[in-house]
Ligand binder design. Sequence first.
Ligand code: GLN
Length: 509
Amino acid sequence: MIAGLDPLRLTAREARRLLIEGEIAASELTKSYLDQIASVEGKVHAFIQVTADNAAKYATEIDQEAGATRGALAGLPTAIKDNMVTEGVTTTCGSKILGSYQPPYTATAVRRIWGDHIVMLGKANMDEFAMGSSTENSAFGPTHNPWDLATVPGGSSGGSAAAVAAGEALWALGSDTGGSIRQPAALCGIVGMKPTYGAVSRYGLVAFASSLDQIGPLTRSVYDCALLLRRIAGPDPFDSTSVSLPGEIELPTAERLDGVRFGIPTEYVAAGIEPGVLARFEQTVALIEELGATCVEISLPHTEYALPAYYIIAPAEASANLARFDGVRYGYRSAHADDLVSMYEATRGEGFGAEVKRRIMIGTYALSSGYYEAYYGQAQKVRTLVRRDFDTAFAQVDLIVSPTSPTVAFGLGTRTADPLAMYQSDICTIPVNLAGLPAISIPCGLAGHLPVGFQLMGPAFSENRLLSAAHALEGAIGFRSVPTFCDSRDAAIAPGGLCHQAAQEAQER
Ligand code: GLN
């Protein structure tokens, strides 16, 4: 490791300062992350593909670029969830059906930060088509939580979260349809934010449930979250649902919360929260009050219907979105067919995993004539009620807080046989997706040896308010822990060792 560069603890803010002041070179910074990947990736498996050679080469080019012509995020090593298309770099979406898909274009969010000269380290692992809460639905094998390798990192952006937590990336982009940024951020002890629906372009994000999907940052600090979000946010002519934010995303500075009114929804706290998580949550609420804010109990009465409504709406949209994967236009085509219809069937049968098939079947059923009103129509009405609950609450309070996930990281394999138990992981994150609102998760301590996430939710386009409050709270919480097994501060990293091989294998996969 280059002296003073600790990939496990460095923030993007600090890395950026070091680069701008010429204290480190982009190539050194990138090397320290590639070394950390070589050292821990064999155990964590955060990436579907590590683009090590490209990253090293590109970082060297940035070093040759004059300071004035460097982009705003020049040289910052970044992981990208593998459902954002990247021209020239295979994009699998965690699926066999896109296993060798070479996109002819790049997602807007990625194009923007490429334009800022970030260094892409690779494509992060994820649940197939972002369907899942543990990253165990990846066709490329699960990611392990760096805090405890026998547990899951959460999902579906589990690869992005684990990469940041393990020091394999400075920060990452993920996507959140029902919690897929915030829940893995919580389980991996980092910051994760889902912006207001429409704040970030979805162009080039492989669609799961189009009315819910949003791209957002996974970072090591709230400041970094703002720094990344301000570069990816904003309208895009290629996504008609993208909009302008009322103002630029500000870099947060607040240290106090004087006068801010927080609401604590009784329905969330009652939702089967583990005692260790509840204890950290209550401690954090006490801190909020110490910082000068007020906390009141509020009610979001339709919360219990959010999860069932989501599991109609999301699969319904997914069943329509995934119809395009037919062996003709994209990726994988089965060799076991002799006419068109059997080719479709075999391709989809072989190309999709079990959870994706389950969602397609649920969604197709819910949309079928005769059932459409009973299921999809009804779920959309519930969605309106959930949104109105938030409207009523935000007339009373500025922000709403809850635990991000009812539990800490759970054991690998413990929920795979029971989809309903897996779906319960998202009970606290799903409602804001249905309502289109922004929310952020920040680490608020450990329960046992595993991190706990604290969620702050705000009205539409309240990103600055959310980031400011989360920043003040983060300072007061002072969470500094890192997963010990990834901590190579004292241990010399031996390049070319076993782990290096594992990273190379991951790259070839
Ligand atoms: N876990 C939820 C699901 O499986 C949310 C996924 C997501 O946000 N992409 O649908």
